[in-house]
Design a protein around this ligand. Structure first.
Ligand code: COA
Length: 245
């Protein structure tokens, strides 16, 4: 199954995540395909910026695929988080060209974490964003505890993560989670305008600036998050064995 559709219109590539029947939820195969697509684009010289969005008008990405990971053992869960971080989320954050998330609906859990890995975010007015993992007995495992704090600050990030609340585009703009919002029909146009404002600048400057911006943040927290996720998975698995819920 092909989950990625890319429209190449130099200097911009628009990648669409195409798993609409599951609200574009991230399964392992989709993560692999998106990572592979980015590897190709990384070395194409006349592509100077990337936009990532979901197919349809309901979801950007509704999270990691709950059905897939709910059957995983602790070791598989740990590997999934580590592999996702290494092959996709960190890759996006450290990409050599600007990547903009165009959040065209739900961006929950891994979906918001995907958007947070991108260098900028624009959202449609119907977008709903949140990290509901604590309500599932987990914690965000694709960098959400780190990147949300960096993006909106400790006060708002702590409330969002600990209460699992879902926020709308107005509030997301107010707290600096997104750069701008627009109506659904104009979202891609707005994302393209933002990308165009970047690509008028030198590609080397953009690449260097991204590296320098990322240097503000250490990577240790991402590894720590993975360990804490494993602790949650262990507890969950014990509860399953002893049928505590
Ligand atoms: N993983 C796997 N499948 C998902 C999914 C996810 N994260 N989110 C949605 N889907 C699937 C649903 O199972 C459903 O498939 P089905 O028709 O085969 O049952 C389909 O996408 C449509 O979702 P549905 O729940 O019917 O849409 P809705 O409009 O009623 O609700 C949401 C939308 C986003 C509120 C709801 O789907 C939801 O809460 N999803 C889970 C979000 C989440 O917790 N993400 C974080 C995971 S860590």
């Amino acid at each position: 199954m092909k989950y990625i559709k890319t429209l190449i219109e130099p200097p911009i590539a628009t990648i669409k995540i195409d798993r609409e029947s599951h609200l574009n939820a991230l399964n392992l195969e989709l993560i692999k395909q998106l990572s592979n697509e980015l590897s190709i684009i990384e070395s194409v010289e006349n592509i100077r910026a990337v936009i990532i969005m979901g197919v349809g008008n309901k979801a950007f990405v509704a999270g990691a695929d709950i059905k897939e990971f709910s059957n995983y053992s602790i070791t598989q869960g740990e590997a999934l988080s580590k592999k996702g971080q290494d092959t996709l989320f960190n890759k996006i954050e450290n990409f050599n060209k600007p990547i903009i998330a165009a959040i065209n609906g739900y961006a929950l859990g891994g979906g918001l974490e995907l958007a947070l890995s991108c260098h900028m975010r624009v959202a449609s007015k119907n977008a709903k964003m949140g990290l509901p993992e604590c309500s599932l007995g987990l914690i965000p495992g694709y960098g959400g505890t780190q990147r949300l704090v960096r993006t909106v600050g400790r006060t708002q990030a702590t409330e969002m993560i600990l209460t699992s609340k879902i926020i709308d585009a107005d509030f997301a703009e107010k707290i600096g989670l997104i750069n701008l919002q627009s109506n659904q029909e104009e979202l891609l146009k707005k994302a393209t305008q933002l990308a165009t404002s970047c690509v008028k600048n030198s590609p080397k400057s953009l690449e260097s600036a991204i590296k320098c911006i990322n240097k503000n943040f250490d990577q240790e927290g991402l590894t720590f998050e993975q360990k804490e996720l494993v602790n949650c998975l262990e507890l969950m698995s014990l509860k399953r064995v002893f049928q505590l819920f």
